[in-house]
Design a protein around this ligand. Sequence first.
Ligand SMILES: Nc1ncnc2c1ncn2[C@@H]1O[C@H](COP(=O)(O)OP(=O)(O)OP(=O)(O)O)[C@@H](O)[C@H]1O
Length: 258
Amino acid sequence: MAKRKGSKAPANRQPKPAPSEQRSAAADNATKQPAREAPKLPANGPSFRQIKADKVTCTAGDVTMLPPTSLTVKPGENIAIVGSNGAGKTTFLRVLTGNLQPTSGSVTMDDLPIDERDAGTRRVIAPLIGPVAGYRDLTVADHLILIDQTWGGDRDGAGERIAAVLNRLDILRFGNRYLAELSSGQRQLVELAMVLLRPSALLVLDEPEQRLDEDRRALLGDVLRERADAGSSVVWVCHDRELADRTATRIVRFPQGS
Ligand SMILES: Nc1ncnc2c1ncn2[C@@H]1O[C@H](COP(=O)(O)OP(=O)(O)OP(=O)(O)O)[C@@H](O)[C@H]1O
């Protein structure tokens, strides 16, 4: 039988794995790390001196989505925003992260305007606001590798970094699952892993305690405290007042002045 020209690999050389196989190998490494006492996650991002929202408002037609609100965030702060449904908390997080332009007022980082399309803004702020879209045919570890590599992680260290985040959130065993194979609480933890993994100096989280049981809420509190202790900052909306009280360095009630 005729052989196709050049189809035979040299005997002393293994064929190179396809990029997708390389990624899967890294994913396997990420999920095969031995279970151990989860160490604290290192602070892993750039820095800022001050992020300042100055009298921002948002309106849509005759609806006031956000009444005048001001907030200054400094490194190491862990600020929990609390308040009733419809008070404008999510709207404020979107304005703070540069996802939504305020109708009036301004948001600046070190005196420059915030804009989520700007790479400098995205390097500093890691938002988790609303549901995260995922790929049906990528596992949890595959998603994390995508994020790690997109944010410039070195390839050799990816498995270890991903295992550390999964381990810290006690979800290492779900690394090889598809997102559709997770419970809503497990999915919430995976989405948290996605923002914890990437470099940032400010985490902005909308109700990260949602769908978590009591133990996982306590774990979430520990992880957020660690981030702030390491000099990173956190601004999060929380409907669990007890968790907010024992976790945050500052509580801000919305609407302001109420
Ligand atoms: N796209 C929109 N168009 C018009 N009004 C909106 C829009 N999105 C939100 N709103 C309104 O803006 C106000 C603030 O909404 P927002 O989601 O910021 O509240 P919240 O404090 O996060 O509430 P919750 O605690 O229920 O999550 C609400 O009255 C809401 O109905």
